[in-house]
Design a protein around this ligand. Structure first.
Ligand code: ATP
Ligand code: MG
Length: 463
C-alpha cells in the first residue's frame, strides 16, 4: 500500500469513527429527550383533565353528568398530537376516544382496557403495540353524585414519535457519508500534492548512478518536504565533488607515473652490449624506480588521509618529537642545523604522522638551501594550540607559487629542475588537517621560509 493510501486510510478511519460516535450520541440524546417530553406530555394532559373537571364546562346545565358523558366532553375538546391517542374507560369498558385516528387502536384491546380500568389512582406504564412501544398514563375519574367509575387513558406512541429521530439521524448519516467521501477525495488529492516532491526525490534517487551525479531535485516552497529536497541536493553536491576529486586524483596519479615509466622503458629498450653504458642505464632505471616508489608511497598516504583510520593518536611528547626529528635530519645534508625552541608538553596526537610531516618539510628545506645555510626546527604550545615548524634561510617561496604549493602535484616556480613530484606539502597539509589544524607559510624571497603546523590541543595539556 502506498504511503498516500495508508495516510488517507488512517485519516478516514478516524473521521469515520468520530462521525459514527457523534451520530450514536445524538441519537441517544434525542431518545432521552423524547422519553422525557412524552412523560411531560402525559402529565400535562392529566393536568388539563383536572382543570376541566374542576371547571363548569365539565357539567353544563341540562346535560348528563355521568362519568362517561363528562369524559366524552373532555375528549371532544381535546385533540391529540399525531403520536398520541386518548380514550376513556367507563365501567370497565372502553367508551369514547379522541377524534383523530391513532396509529394503532388500544381501546379495542380488552385485556389492556380491563387492566387499566382496575387502576384506583393515576398510574403510568409502558406497553408494546403494533407500532412499537408506547407510554401510557391512566387517570381514574369519579364524579360526585354519579355512580359510575371511569378513567382517562393517555397513550404516547414512543417508537412512532421516534420515527422523527430516525429521520434526523438518517439525514445526518447521509450527510456524514457524503462528507466522508468528499474528505476522502480531497485528502487523496492533497496527499498526492504533498507527497509529489517525495516521489520526485525517489525518482531522482533511482536515476542517479555513479556516473551521473548531475541531476538535482526541483525545490519549491519552504516546508519540510522542500527542506528534504534541499538536503538531498546538498548531499548530491558533496557526492559529486567527492567523486570528481577522486577522478582528478586518479588522473593526476596516472599522469605523474607515466613519465618515470616512459623513462624506464626508454632506457631498457636502448640497452646495448657496453657494460659501462649498461651500468649507467641500470643506475638511471633504479633511480626512476625509486622516484616512482616514493610517488606511490606518497599517493597512498594521501589516499588514506581522508579515512577515519588515518591517524593513530596517542600521548605524544612534543619535545622528544622535535629533538628526534632534528637528530634524524642532521645526516641528510651539510647545513647549519638549529633547534629554535622546544615545547615541554605531551599532547594527544599521532606522533609518527607529525614526524612524517616534519621530515617532508625538512626535505623541502634541504632542497631549497645550499650548504652552509641554516635549517631550524622548533615547537611551542599555548593553551589551545601546538606549533611545530621548520625554518630555513634559503631562497624562500616565490609569491606566484604560494597559493598552489599545498595542492597535490603542484610545485613552485623555484623547483623546475629538481625531481620532486609536488606531493610533500599536500601530505603535510593532510596530516595537519587530520589533526584539526592547518599549515602556515611565512616566507621572504631570498631570505628563507618557515612552514608551521598549527594543531589544536585539548586545554590543560600535560606540561
Ligand atoms: N623550504 C622551501 N623553500 C622554498 N620553496 C619551497 C620550500 N618548500 C616547498 N617549496 C615550494 O613548494 C613546492 C611544493 O613542495 P612539495 O613538497 O609539495 O613538492 P616537492 O618538494 O616539489 O615534491 P615532493 O615533496 O613530492 O618530492 C616546491 O616545489 C617548492 O617550489
Ligand atoms: Mg617536498
Amino acid at each position: 500500500m502506498s504511503a498516500r493510501a495508508r495516510i488517507l486510510a488512517w485519516v478516514l478511519l478516524v473521521v469515520l469513527l468520530a462521525l459514527a460516535g457523534s451520530l450514536l450520541a445524538t441519537r441517544t440524546v434525542l431518545h432521552n429527550q423524547l422519553d422525557q417530553r412524552l412523560d411531560n406530555e402525559i402529565a400535562h394532559e392529566t393536568g388539563k383533565l383536572r382543570a376541566f373537571l374542576a371547571s363548569p364546562d365539565a357539567r353544563p346545565a341540562g346535560q348528563p353528568a355521568t362519568v362517561e358523558a363528562v369524559l366524552g366532553r373532555h375528549l371532544e375538546r381535546n385533540l391529540p398530537e399525531k403520536y398520541e391517542t386518548f380514550f376513556s374507560i367507563s365501567d370497565g369498558a372502553a367508551s369514547r376516544r379522541s377524534a383523530i385516528e391513532p396509529p394503532v387502536r388500544l381501546d379495542t384491546d380488552p385485556k389492556f382496557v380491563a387492566e387499566l380500568s382496575r387502576a384506583t389512582s393515576p398510574a403510568y406504564g409502558t406497553v408494546t403495540t403494533a407500532v412499537g412501544s408506547a407510554r401510557y398514563g391512566v387517570v381514574p375519574v369519579t364524579i360526585e353524585g354519579s355512580p359510575g367509575r371511569g378513567a382517562l387513558v393517555i397513550v404516547e406512541f414512543v417508537d412512532h414519535a421516534a420515527g422523527e429521530i430516525n429521520d434526523v439521524v438518517g439525514v445526518m448519516a447521509a450527510m456524514s457519508g457524503a462528507a466522508l467521501v468528499l474528505a476522502g477525495l480531497i485528502g487523496w488529492l492533497v496527499a498526492g500534492r504533498i507527497l509529489a516532491p517525495v516521489r520526485e526525490v525517489r525518482l531522482a534517487a533511482e536515476q542517479i548512478g555513479e556516473t551521473d551525479l548531475s541531476r538535482r531535485i526541483e525545490v519549491r516552497g519552504s516546508d519540510d518536504v522542500a527542506a528534504l529536497g534541499r538536503t538531498f541536493n546538498t548531499m548530491l553536491d558533496r557526492l559529486e565533488s567527492a567523486f570528481a576529486g577522486q577522478r582528478d586524483f586518479i588522473d593526476d596519479a596516472g599522469h605523474e607515473l607515466r613519465t618515470p615509466i616512459t623513462i624506464v622503458r626508454g632506457h631498457i629498450e636502448l640497452m646495448g652490449e657496453d657494460p659501462e653504458e649498461n651500468a649507467e642505464t641500470r643506475r638511471l632505471v633504479l633511480d626512476e624506480l625509486g622516484r616512482m616508489q616514493r610517488i606511490v608511497d606518497d599517493l597512498l598516504v594521501l589516499a588514506k588521509s581522508g579515512n577515519p583510520g588515518f591517524l593513530a593518536p596517542g600521548e605524544t611528547d612534543l619535545a622528544d618529537l622535535t629533538v628526534e626529528t632534528l637528530a634524524k635530519s642532521r645526516p641528510l645534508a651539510d647545513r647549519v642545523w638549529r633547534l629554535d625552541a622546544v615545547a615541554e608538553v605531551k599532547v594527544r596526537a599521532d606522533g609518527q604522522r607529525l614526524a612524517q610531516a616534519l621530515l617532508q618539510l625538512v626535505s623541502n628545506a634541504v632542497r631549497h638551501t645550499s650548504p652552509g645555510e641554516e635549517i631550524a626546527l622548533g615547537s611551542e604550545v599555548t593553551a589551545t594550540t601546538a606549533r611545530l615548524w621548520v625554518r630555513d634561510t634559503g631562497e624562500g617561496v616565490p609569491p606566484d607559487s604560494r597559493s598552489r604549493i599545498f595542492d597535490r602535484f603542484k610545485r613552485g616556480s623555484n623547483s623546475s629542475g629538481d625531481d620532486g613530484a609536488g606531493l610533500g606539502l599536500a601530505i603535510v597539509a593532510a596530516i595537519a588537517e587530520a589533526h584539526g589544524g592547518r599549515v602556515l607559510l611565512d616566507t621572504v624571497p631570498g631570505e628563507g621560509a618557515t612552514f608551521t603546523m598549527e594543531i589544536p590541543v585539548a586545554e590543560g595539556a600535560d606540561r
